[in-house]
Design a protein around this ligand. Structure first.
Ligand SMILES: [Zn+2]
Length: 154
């Protein structure tokens, strides 16, 4: 039997004790969270910690070393929300670049440096294209996700 799979009653009792101790006291490392499952490829969306994958029959769940737990469905939802949030933060950053490039360009133009002003206008236009491309990606991504959820009844 591989680590992380449901085993004997004693293994199951030990796993329940470890998880109960982590839930009550935190500090999953101290309570042996790494021994109740296999290392997973995923980091905890709540704290960024390493997670183990715990398989119980046909069910799989994930637990981080600080005690956060996820089913595959809740992990997927959390990862999607984090990804969307970071993508929108990138759009906001690009928009701030655009504003700063335009402001710098205007200031340079007023100072009579038309060559440098034109360079910053080009940078603002490139950032605008990037922001619009990213925004379009996000809308398409959200649309596909919402459609998929509606189709699956989630
Ligand atoms: Zn966590």
């Amino acid at each position: 039997m591989k680590a992380g799979e449901a085993g004997s009653d004693e293994e199951w009792r030990q796993r329940v004790k470890v998880e109960t101790d982590i839930a009550a006291q935190g500090n999953g490392f101290k309570h042996g969270v790494l021994h109740i499952g296999e290392p997973s490829h995923f980091s905890c969306p709540d704290c960024g910690g390493a997670m183990v994958q715990i398989k119980e029959g046909s069910l799989v769940r994930f637990k981080c070393h600080t005690g956060h737990g996820f089913s595959p469905g809740t992990l997927l939802n959390e990862m999607q929300e984090i990804t969307e949030k970071k993508l929108w933060q990138s759009v906001r950053s690009l928009e701030e670049f655009i504003m700063l490039f335009n402001l710098t360009s205007d200031n340079l133009a007023q100072a009579g440096n038309t060559h440098a002003a034109a360079k910053f206008k080009v940078k603002a236009e490139a950032a605008t294209v990037s922001a619009n491309t990213l925004r379009a990606y996000i809308f398409e991504h959200l649309f596909k996700r919402d459609s998929a959820q509606q189709e699956s009844g989630a």
